[in-house]
Structure formats: structure tokens, C-alpha cells
Design a protein around this ligand. Structure first.
Ligand SMILES: Nc1ccccc1C(=O)C[C@H](N)C(=O)O
Ligand SMILES: [Zn+2]
Ligand SMILES: [Zn+2]
Length: 210
């Protein structure tokens, strides 16, 4: 019996909601078969933070590693999905379940992911929660919201806690159809030189039978 896969990625498309003022996703044909080319080739324009993506430490620290330099281990392996839909503005330490030794934790904050419109009021992760996860040995934090910090944050406190613990980040995941529990995460970033982030094709897969 094949292990079930949940695709937790957003579809990258021209009307993809992006951070206010950020680069819209665009795709332009450069060679087209309908114009006699033997192949179709296109060019993409997009924010590094489009859709489901992995932040590089470079995003929140000017001299920190780019996305091409980070080790890949955090982005694949056992993972805990947590239902954090009723936490209000911030996921606080008191909202954490027993992590059961999880090294990768994904937070679901939406009943239904807002595919059609940017959510400026998205739930964020309290800095104290990041610290509690780091103290528990977590190496990767993911969420369905577009940022660990509130949209109007200037201090970027959650990201700076991630930096202090050298944790890795996934944002913009789609967790609508994923029950809380244990999975295998696969969400590898592209090796983009000087990249402050990279889109990922993120999936969860049923764990193999014990
Ligand atoms: N596109 C941006 C432009 C400016 C500031 C933030 C963003 C974000 O998308 C938030 C980002 N994903 C983050 O890691 O917090
Ligand atoms: Zn980001
Ligand atoms: Zn971020």
C-alpha cells in the first residue's frame, strides 16, 4: 500500500497573493511552439517568498547564510503537525501540545487557506514559543501563515529567535486537509546563490509502518 502524500504547497500563478508591495508572480514565454520553436521555454519573475517557501538566515541577518548554503537535513524527516487554529494573534507557549520529541513542527492556523486574498491579520508565532521549541530540540518551524512575525512587525522578534537558535523556517504552507499528527516532511529549497529564501514543493507523507 503506497504511503499517502499531502501536497502542502501553493500553486504559483499570476494572481498569487503576495506580501504588500512585493513582486507579483509572472511567467513569460521566451520560446513558443506556436511560433515555430521546437520547444516551449518561459521565464519567471517572482519574490523569493512566493507561496510555500523556506527563509534563509540571510533574510533576517545581513551576514548570515544564503539558501544555497543551508544544510538540507531540516527540510526532510519526521514532523509534527499542530492544530493552532484558535490561538488568536499569536501562538503562545501555552498553546503547544506535547511535542513528543519532534524535531520539525508545522502550525496550522487557518480553517481554510486564503488562496484568493492576502491576509494582513495572519496569526504569528510568539518569540517565547520559538524559544520553547528551540529548548525542546526543534530544528524547523513551519506554518500556513506568510510570516512567523506579525505583518506590521519591525523588530522581527520571532525571526531573531529563530536566528539565535539557528532553526529553519517554512512559511506559506497549505495545511487545510492535514490532521494533527506525525508525518514525513519533504520540502527542499532550491540552491539559489545569495538567496534570502526559496520556493519549495512541500509535501507530507504518511510515516512508514513501524
Ligand atoms: N515578501 C516580503 C517582503 C518584505 C517583508 C516581508 C515579506 C514576506 O513575505 C514575509 C516573509 N515571508 C517572512 O519571512 O517573514
Ligand atoms: Zn518568508
Ligand atoms: Zn519568515
Amino acid at each position: 500500500m503506497p504511503r499517502r502524500i499531502w501536497d502542502i504547497s501553493q500553486v504559483l500563478r499570476p494572481d498569487l497573493p503576495v506580501w504588500p508591495g512585493d513582486t507579483a508572480f509572472a511567467q513569460v514565454g521566451t520560446w513558443q511552439m506556436e511560433q515555430g520553436s521546437p520547444v516551449n521555454v518561459s521565464a519567471l519573475t517572482m519574490s523569493t517568498h512566493s507561496g510555500a517557501h523556506a527563509d534563509a538566515p540571510l533574510h533576517y541577518a545581513a551576514d548570515a547564510p544564503d539558501i544555497a548554503s543551508v544544510a538540507l537535513e531540516p527540510y526532510l524527516g519526521p514532523c509534527l503537525v499542530v492544530d493552532a487554529r484558535n490561538c488568536g494573534a499569536l501562538v503562545e507557549p501555552g498553546h503547544l501540545p506535547d511535542l513528543a520529541g519532534a524535531r520539525r513542527v508545522l502550525f496550522r492556523t487557518y480553517d481554510r487557506f486564503p488562496h484568493e486574498a492576502w491576509d494582513a491579520q495572519h496569526t504569528a508565532i510568539a518569540p517565547a514559543t520559538i524559544r520553547a521549541l528551540a529548548d525542546a530540540g526543534v530544528i524547523l518551524i513551519g506554518m500556513d501563515g506568510p510570516s512567523l512575525d506579525p505583518q506590521d512587525s519591525k523588530a522581527m522578534e520571532a525571526h531573531l529567535e529563530v536566528l539565535a537558535a539557528d532553526m529553519r523556517v517554512l512559511e506559506g504552507l497549505v495545511l487545510n486537509d492535514v490532521p494533527p499528527g506525525q508525518y514525513e516532511l519533504i520540502a527542499l529549497p532550491l540552491a539559489i546563490e545569495r538567496g534570502d529564501a526559496s520556493p519549495v514543493r512541500a509535501i507530507l507523507r504518511e510515516l512508514p509502518d513501524a
